[in-house]
Write a protein that binds this ligand. Sequence first.
Ligand code: SME
Length: 162
Amino acid sequence: MTFAAERPTGTKREIYRELGLQARGLFEGERDAIANAANLAALIFGGLDDLNWAGFYFLKDGQLVLGPFQGKPACVRIEMGKGVCGTAAAKRETLIVADVHEFPGHIACDVASNSEIVVPLIRDGRVIGVLDIDSPTRGRFDGEDRVGLESLAALWLAASAP
Ligand code: SME
């Protein structure tokens, strides 16, 4: 297996297309959910600019529990409905927060984070976790990031065993 050494370039759409191709390559022949999550976190963190954290939380016994990630150590457990992650999971929809300091109940894991996007992971109608991406830049994430990250999350869901 070979890995791209350089960050993809181009428009956001082109970058997400390239990351999708690389994710497919990384997941090929591998069904282990944790291994695939670890590689996707690394792919996103290395492939998108201006991030300070990228990773997963998985729903266990009603709490979101930290999974594979890239970035600084983070809070381990998040209650459903709490913070950006818990709110996205409870609402079952992607949340884009342009300024986390204005989000009531935001959980500050890394003081460098100023904006955030959280994509819920939904399998067979149930939330099984979230994909959480943080940036030091306010307003870093837009609708194209939503489409791109939702499609990377969908690739992970399709590739990985429950
Ligand atoms: N900020 C998140 C917590 C997770 S860290 O960003 C990694 C939240 O409010 O849910």
